[in-house]
Design a protein around this ligand. Structure first.
Ligand code: HPA
Length: 277
C-alpha cells in the first residue's frame, strides 16, 4: 500500500487509527500472531535485543505493513519481528522508526506506536541513542527516561484532544527496570527536531529548562502511546555527551560506534527487563 507517490497517512481525510488497524491486520497475517502484549522500538544501539528476548515467531520487512515508510537511515534495519518470551508473552519488535526530521509529518512518526496498540500491546518500550547533558554520564551508558520536554512544537494529537501526560514514562516500569539493574540513572529527555545536532547554546538551554538527555525521537511517540492507553518505558543509550558538554565535535560515526560497542550489554539488559514485565 505504501509507495513514495501516495501514502495513506499523507491524506488528511484518512483516519490514522484506521490505517493502524489495517497495519495490525497485516502483522497478524504475516506473523500468524493475533495478539501482541508488549511492543518495543529499537533505536540505535539497541538492535541486538531482538535475538535475546525469546524465540522469533516471524520476521518481515516493515514495508510489507500498511503505512510503514522505508527506513531513511542506515543502521535502522526496517524489520518487524514477533518474538515469544520464555514467559509466553508476544513481543512486537519494531526495528523501523520514522523520524520527525524526515519531514513526512507526525502521523507517520507515530504510526508504529498506533499499530502496536492496535495489535493489542499495552506496554510500549521506546529506546533511542541520544546525547547526555549530565557530565557524570559516559558514552555507552543506558539511562531511563523519567519525563520529556517536547521542543518540536508539534503533537500527534489532532483537534481538541486533551491528554494528561503525568507519569508518562511509568514509574512502575522504571522500578521494574531498576529491579534488573539498580545502577540505572534517569533523566528528562528533550526532543529537538534535528537532524542537525544541537548547538552548545541549545544544549545549555535544554539543561536550564530541566533536560538531561537530548535527542531527535521518542517524545512524540510517547504522547501517541499514552493516547492509545499504553504504559510506557523509555530508555536512552548515551552515545555521546551533548555538544559543548563534550569538547570535541559530534559525528554520526561516533554515535554509531558507541551504539555498536554498547549493543551487547544494553540489549541483554533490555531483554531481561522485558522478561520481568
Ligand atoms: N543530540 C541529538 N541526538 C543525538 C545525539 C545528540 O547529541 N546523540 C545521538 N543522537
Amino acid at each position: 500500500m505504501s509507495n513514495s507517490t501516495s501514502h495513506p497517512l499523507d491524506d488528511p481525510a484518512v483516519d490514522p487509527f484506521e490505517v493502524a488497524t489495517a497495519a495490525a491486520a497485516d502483522i497478524a497475517r504475516l506473523s500468524g500472531v493475533e495478539h501482541h502484549d508488549i511492543a518495543v522500538t529499537l533505536g540505535s544501539g539497541w538492535g541486538r535485543a531482538a535475538e535475546l528476548i525469546g524465540d522469533e515467531t516471524a520476521s518481515f520487512p516493515a514495508t510489507e505493513v500498511t503505512g510503514f515508510s522505508k527506513p531513511a537511515l542506515e543502521g535502522h534495519v526496517g524489520t518487524l519481528r514477533s518474538v515469544r518470551t520464555p514467559g509466553g508473552k508476544n513481543v512486537l519488535v519494531i526495528g523501523a522508526r520514522t523520524h520527525y526530521y524526515e519531514g513526512h509529518g507526525v502521523r507517520r512518526v507515530v504510526h508504529s506506536v498506533r499499530t502496536a496498540a492496535a495489535t493489542g500491546a499495552t506496554t510500549m518500550i521506546l529506546t533511542n541513542g541520544a546525547g547526555g547533558i549530565r557530565e557524570t554520564w559516559k558514552p555507552g551508558q543506558p539511562v531511563l527516561i523519567s519525563d520529556h520536554i517536547n521542543l518540536t512544537a508539534d503533537s500527534p494529537l489532532e483537534g481538541a484532544t486533551f491528554i494528561d501526560l503525568t507519569d508518562l514514562y511509568s514509574k512502575r516500569l522504571r522500578d521494574v527496570a531498576r529491579s534488573i539493574d539498580p545502577t540505572l540513572d534517569e533523566g528528562v529527555y528533550t526532543q529537538f527536531r534535528g537532524p542537525h545536532y544541537e548547538t552548545p547554546a541549545e544544549v545549555q538551554m535544554a539543561k536550564t529548562i530541566g533536560g538531561h538527555i537530548v535527542g531527535m525521537s521518542t517524545a512524540l511517540e510517547a504522547i501517541a502511546a499514552r493516547q492509545a492507553g499504553m504504559e510506557i518505558l523509555g530508555f536512552s543509550l548515551i552515545t555521546n555527551l551533548a555538544a559543548g558538554i563534550q569538547q570535541t565535535p559530534l559525528s554520526h560515526e561516533e554515535v554509531l560506534e558507541a551504539g555498536r560497542e554498547a549493543e551487547p550489554v544494553i540489549s541483554a539488559l533490555l531483554a531481561r527487563v522485558i522478561g520481568a514485565l
